[in-house]
Design a protein around this ligand. Structure first.
Ligand code: ATP
Ligand code: MG
Length: 379
């Protein structure tokens, strides 16, 4: 099987690593340069979308900010999974919100803003505090504003107006501020036959809007709620592949924050912690193979490596630690790789996270240090 991935980043790279044992080989299409590249070496192996599509059995995507004409061309080839519709929903918060309403899943109240009048209506309908998010192009907390009191409205509108003017078809989605206790996400797969397999929920910690620490958790009531919402969204889209839902947990009630129509950063822990990792399951689904077991095999956390290209050797020395680099050039704040940390019995994972805090730099890995501090304070 030959799978073409739209996007040539770390997700395509990890699909390539997971596909090899199943004889699934991957090439990646860099949407910007129009180059077809090898997902591990980034060597250019071809040029142009037409060639890329012609050589593929299946086409999929590793990100959602893809020009719609490219999505339509892929859709027309009859090889594209999950679908242009699903990718568009992940890339445009207006479509995403309409989908969540369609699927009947709880999400934050919202209002779409194009003009200053709309902004006033949003304040009236949704109320303050407001979280304001650009409809197109937002990721890692970028393209967002918080309106905490009415006096900030003029200053925020000036920035939002600039954002709306800068991109064709741009808008702002105003959302009610959700007073959540924590953020969790559910990654799962839906096969061509409609079968659904979800992983255990992950609890996610963000640092400056970027995921920093993600831990698989066991909470049967929350898991059942999340699975039902996952199935509702996946079935509405007639989805095939791995899909991810981010939630706010408000005292045991989940609201969907957003969806990602792809493998997700909060699912990287599955490489060591689950029987079948999310990358393999995505490939199995889009290639029409049976889904693999999503069972937790070891308690696992994932730590993102942001803006660093080296780690102390003690990390590799530590039992239960697995390092995944993405082969990227160092840039401030960039996702350069991740560490999966596993434990085999109760408390071992927590102890290893604490041990990691003693060797990892505090500025680069604040979430690990905060975990360790809270852990020892609560002991
Ligand atoms: P991602 O990298 O996950 O795609 P993003 O830029 O698309 O991020 P969101 O996930 O929508 O943005 O928001 C980033 C963070 O902002 C959330 O993880 C959450 O902590 C906070 N946030 C977003 N929406 C709300 C809300 N309505 N109420 C409270 N906090 C929110
Ligand atoms: Mg998010």
């Amino acid at each position: 099987m030959h799978v073409l991935v739209l996007g040539a980043g770390q997700l395509a790279r990890m699909m390539s690593l997971a596909g090899a044992p199943l004889n699934i080989d991957i090439s990646a299409y860099d949407v910007g340069s129009e180059n077809i590249v090898h997902p591990l070496t980034q060597t250019v192996i071809g040029k142009g979308l037409g060639n890329a599509i012609a050589n593929a059995d299946v086409i999929t995507a590793e990100f959602e900010h893809i020009p719609h004409d490219i999505l339509e061309t892929c859709q027309q080839s009859g090889k594209f999974l999950p679908s242009a519709q699903a990718i568009k929903a992940g890339g445009d918060r207006r479509i995403e919100k309409a989908l969540l309403d369609d699927a009947g899943v709880r999400n934050a109240k919202y209002y779409v803003i194009k003009t200053r009048e709309d902004f006033d209506l949003a304040i009236e309908h949704v109320g303050i505090p407001l979280v304001l998010k650009s409809a197109l192009g937002g990721y890692d907390g970028k393209g967002q504003w918080r309106l905490k009191n009415a006096s900030q409205a003029d200053a925020i509108w000036a920035e939002m107006a600039e954002c709306i003017a800068a991109t064709d078809n741009q808008a702002i989605v105003a959302e009610e501020f959700v007073p959540f206790g924590r953020e969790v996400s559910l990654v799962g797969a839906r096969g061509k036959d409609g079968s659904v397999a979800v992983y255990p929920l992950a609890e996610n910690v963000h640092t400056d809007g970027v995921l920093s620490l993600s831990t698989a958790i066991s909470d049967l009531a929350l898991q059942a709620q999340a699975k039902e919402m996952f199935a509702a969204v996946a079935n509405t889209l007639n989805y095939v592949g791995v899909l991810s839902l981010e939630f706010f947990d408000v005292d045991g009630t989940l609201l969907v924050n957003e969806i990602a129509p792809r493998v997700h950063n909060s699912g990287h822990w599955t490489q060591q912690g689950a029987e079948t990792c999310q990358f393999e399951n995505h490939l199995r689904a889009v290639c029409g193979m049976p889904l693999g077991s999503t069972k937790l095999v070891r308690e696992t956390s994932m730590i993102n490596i942001l803006g660093e290209d080296t780690l102390p050797p003690a990390v590799l020395e530590m039992e239960g630690c697995h390092v995944h680099w993405y082969g990227k050039e160092k840039r401030q704040g960039r996702k350069m790789g991740h560490i999966n940390v596993c434990g085999d019995y109760s408390g071992e994972l927590q102890r290893r996270l604490c041990a990691l805090a003693t060797v990892l730099d505090r500025t680069a890995f604040p979430a690990v240090h905060e975990f360790a501090e809270n852990f020892s304070a609560n002991k």
